[in-house]
Design a protein around this ligand. Structure first.
Ligand code: ZN
Ligand code: ZN
Length: 927
């Protein structure tokens, strides 16, 4: 049989069919004549590519509604079509694919929905940059040509992004890949807008919004990034209209003085009581304005008097509305001055600031300047300073939409992991403000509203035939597009066919887990919950996992432009996607940030190599034997009983960790089980039984070894999909892929307390023997040793002897079991549990060397101990030194005293004259 290992258990029906092994593996292996050899070194790139192609071709990623199985759905947070895969994606998608693969193995019908976001403003920024290179702008190109160019570019980059995702081995149902500007999705977005408009949630109005003068669009509050910056605070005198001194105000933005309509003070501020109600003159433009009193003025800021510019500041705008002040606007949408006559008109706002400062200074009205640290709002896409700007925009009323979402999180229908994000979410939701949803952009979903010359507005996907109010037929579509997040908010529903009640929607919605980053909890997570509840009266998902942010090892944000980024594709080339996935998930603690370095991926690659070598060793022993694939029952040898017990524990720990979204714990447990328990202890002990002459322990061990390793591959599969499949296929197995193997869920009945106790003794003895040999400097040389136990324990310990001898690399004949009162000559001993271990140092020159070694250590120790003791006996030190210093010294003194006891015992053991050997103790060789 060319495909499968001979070891695949024919008896249990686990033998693979020809087709099973055919997954494109030809060419990647050495000799195939005698079964699936595992090559000497593991080749992640070839293995990952080969298995990924096979899984995909066999349709393992597909998910279609099936009422006989429970669905499990994850909607991939749709990547923007702007960029390349970064470490954040690698982590986020790694988490999702782990959950998806795990659920699939648990028997769920798992759907991992992929897709991409058109990312309106982000794409505009990219396109603007591209056009600028050719000396063009979107305005010079025109809307239609711009959209054509953008679509072309999107096709290119979209393919590249999907290709990158495949490198991560994601088991997405690629046939379902959706782009948010696909026709079906676009219809859902328009439908959502119309429903919300008809219910009164959406309105149009002139409001102060955040304006990006570079991108020429409004953006929402959440898209403004506040950065602490150094600025200047200018103190400016506004003379009284009656010729008196007037008032000095403080401002950071002297260029907006031109649009001032009042000066305001706090009503309780005694300094200005008399001024309220009088008039002062705005400098530069010489316009008289009133001094008003308003509680929103901060008395501690500057002089306690501020200028009011409703056209250019949100708070001023609100104060202006309440005091019925006019609104003056000093700049156009590009941030260029439109007031102040020829001296100012056409200047950029920053140039205008300098001009205003110069004018104030020459007029003698600039009282003083001081440095000032402030938060400047910048466009999170292009980093231009945002202008508060009054503009006619579409808004969504959020309070009423938020209430059911708050309820769903409060009563636990939607749960955040880690739990601290619940409060973070609720605090913001309680303060929610109306959402500016229109953008003055072209790439995106054009608002489905039609304007008639008579002023009537009609909502509809298609152009209405005529205006219902005046009968006019000159209807024009609203030019604005919707905020990208408006369409993303429909992601869990629209991907499944909403607004139609499709079979997919009925079966896969609500989805299960949303895994995402903390910076889009409000932008995206909150809005999906609100839209899901409003439009389909159902939560969109039950669990929200917020993954940590990947930082570099110094704790800095990863960024290509800062040179602090890491390219996940490069790491995959070097170490494989399996290793990258494990390395990232292994750092997913409950912390907010994850510090990452290439070394971590390299370490995981070493782990993969360790697994590979263990699998090769297993294959070597299983080769040529008929080994059943099913679960072993009634194991008798200690290593087999113990590893079955340990595997049961590992499996239940990993399951519990994944259920709690504790990926670090799951990975840590897998690592510990495989590296230490399986490789370092079990495999070593299993070799003893595999090489025994009697067939029973060998046959039993082959079965347990093959089965536990295969099950371990299943347990590791969600994190490291490819290497686990490769090894699983080479071991006795049932079924055609580890992807569909049942998730290991061993019952508690598998626990074997007696095996654990016995193994604890083995570990203790092995540790003690290794420890003394290391102390003697004889870690690798062959020595004689003996185990001394009570008579009642002799038989039991004697059975452990072959394992122990192998573990400590000693000849079993040179490790006899003796009575407690027997003593070897010239050895040193160490107590363990209920017995004693002796290492015999027979040769006089070795003995002398060992004595010298211990005497030297003892001399140094005595000196240390004397120093610590002196300090501790000094009442001044004990009273004055910090408590933890004194405690540390006490602990150190105690440790030194214990060590002194050990060294003295060793020296006594090694000291001539030898004790007389009791009669009948064969191991004792008197001088
Ligand atoms: Zn911008
Ligand atoms: Zn009309």
């Amino acid at each position: 049989m060319a495909d499968g290992p001979k070891t695949a258990g024919g008896r249990e029906g686990g033998r693979r069919s020809r087709a099973d092994g055919a997954g494109g593996r030809e060419g990647a292996r050495g000799s195939r004549e005698d079964g699936a050899e595992l090559p000497k070194t593991y080749d992640p790139a070839a293995t990952e590519e080969r298995w990924y192609r096979t899984w995909d071709a066999r349709g393992y990623f597909r998910a279609v509604p099936d009422p006989s199985r429970r669905p499990y759905t994850i909607m991939m947070p749709l990547p923007n079509v702007t960029g390349e895969l970064h470490m954040g994606h690698a982590l986020n998608n790694g988490v999702q694919d782990c959950l998806i693969r795990w659920s699939r193995m648990r028997g769920h019908n798992a759907l991992y929905q992929p897709g991409m976001d058109h990312a309106g403003i982000a794409v505009h920024v990219v396109m603007d940059r591209r056009l600028a290179k050719e000396g063009l702008t979107r305005f010079s190109l025109g809307r239609e040509r711009f959209l054509e160019e953008t679509w072309k570019w999107r096709e290119e980059i979209g393919q590249a992004i999907l290709g990158q995702m495949r490198r991560l081995l994601l088991s997405c149902d690629w046939k379902r890949t959706i782009f948010t500007m696909d026709p079906g999705y676009s219809r859902a977005v328009a439908e959502c807008f119309i429903r919300l408009y008809n219910k009164g949630f959406i309105y149009k109005g002139k409001r102060m919004i955040n304006w990006c003068p570079k991108d020429q669009t409004s953006i929402s509050d959440l898209e403004v990034e506040y950065v602490e910056e150094q600025s200047t605070l200018y103190y400016v005198r506004y003379p009284g209209a009656g010729g008196d001194d007037g008032v000095v105000i403080a401002t950071q933005r002297p260029e907006t003085i031109l649009a001032d309509v009042a000066v305001a003070v706090h009503p309780g501020d005694e300094r200005y009581k008399k001024l309220v109600g009088t008039q002062v003159v705005v400098p530069i433009v010489n316009r008289p304005v009133p001094v008003i009193a308003d509680r929103r003025v901060e008395r501690g800021f500057g002089t306690g008097a501020v200028k009011i510019t409703p056209g250019h500041d949100l708070l001023d705008y609100e104060i202006g509305v309440d005091h019925k002040l006019p609104v003056l606007i000093a700049f156009d949408p590009h941030g260029r001055m439109t007031m102040g006559g020829p001296r100012y008109e056409g200047l950029d706002r920053m140039e205008a600031r300098q001009a205003a400062v110069d004018d104030l200074r020459s007029a003698g009205l600039l009282v003083r300047e001081e440095p000032y640290t402030t938060n400047i709002g910048r466009c999170d896409r292009c980093k231009t300073t945002i202008e508060p700007y009054i503009s006619d925009q579409w808004f969504c009323r959020m309070k009423a939409l938020a209430a059911p979402a708050i309820g769903a999180v409060r009563d636990g229908r939607v749960r955040f992991h880690p739990g601290r994000w619940t409060k973070f979410f609720l605090d913001w939701m309680d303060q929610i403000r109306d959402w500016n949803i229109s953008r003055q952009l072209w790439w995106g979903h054009q608002i489905p509203m039609w304007h008639c010359e008579c002023g009537e507005m009609i909502a509809g996907i298609e152009r209405p035939k005529s205006c219902p109010k005046c009968g006019g037929t000159e209807l024009t579509r609203d030019p604005d597009v919707l905020d990208t997040w408006f369409s993303s908010a429909l992601w869990p529903m629209a991907t499944l066919g909403w607004p139609d009640e499709t079979a997919d929607l009925k079966y896969f919605y609500p989805t299960n887990t949303l895994a995402t980053a903390r910076d889009i909890i409000f932008l995206w997570v909150a809005r999906m919950i609100m839209f899901g509840l409003e439009l389909r009266h159902e939560i969109p998902f039950t669990d929200v996992y917020i993954n940590p942010t990947v930082l570099n090892i110094e704790g800095r944000r990863m960024s290509k432009s800062l040179g602090t980024g890491m390219d996940p594709l490069l790491l995959i080339d070097r170490y494989g996607a399996d290793s990258l996935r494990f390395a990232l998930l292994n750092r997913c603690t409950g912390e907010q940030d994850l510090r990452f370095s290439e070394k971590m991926v390299e370490d995981t690659r070493n782990f993969a190599n360790k697994i590979w070598n263990a699998a090769r060793l297993a294959r070597l022993h299983l080769e040529g034997h008929d080994v059943p694939a099913g679960r072993p029952r009634g194991a008798r040898t200690l290593p087999n009983r113990w590893i079955l017990d340990r595997f049961a524990r590992a499996a239940s720990d990993v399951t519990a960790a994944l259920e709690a979204y504790e990926f670090h714990t799951a990975c840590h447990r897998l690592y510990e089980f495989i590296w230490s328990e399986f490789c370092d202890w079990y495999l070593e002990m299993a070799k003893v039984d595999l090489e025994r002459a009697a067939e029973q322990p060998a046959a039993e061990t082959r079965h347990v070894l093959g089965w536990v390793l295969g099950q371990t591959m299943a347990l590791l599969h969600p994190v490291m999909p490819a290497i686990t499949e490769e090894i699983w296929q080479a071991l006795p197995h049932e079924g055609e892929t580890v992807m569909r193997a049942p998730w290991p869920e061993p019952p508690d009945a598998w626990r074997d307390a007696a095996a654990e106790t016995a193994m604890a003794e083995v570990m203790e003895i092995a540790g003690a023997v290794r420890g003394i040999r290391a102390e003697l400097g004889l870690a690798t040389q062959p020595v004689d040793a003996s185990l001394h136990v009570a008579d009642g324990d002799r038989e039991r310990v004697d059975r452990l002897r072959p394992y122990l001898a192998h573990l400590v690399r000693l000849d079993p004949d040179r490790l006899p079991v003796r009575g407690l009162d027997e003593h070897g000559a010239f050895g040193i001993s160490s107590p363990y549990g209920r017995g004693r271990i002796e290492i015999h140092v027979e040769a006089p020159e070795l003995r002398a060397k060992a004595r010298e070694r211990f005497e030297k250590q003892l001399t140094l120790l005595e000196r240390d101990l004397a120093g610590v003791t002196r300090r501790l006996e000094d009442p001044a030190f004990v009273q004055k030194a910090p408590a933890e210093v004194v405690a540390a010294d006490r602990a150190r003194a105690q440790g030194l005293v214990e060590r002194r006891g050990t060294l003295r015992r060793y020296l006594a053991d090694l000291a001539p004259p030898s004790r007389p050997a009791p009669p009948g103790s064969g191991g004792v060789r008197p001088r």
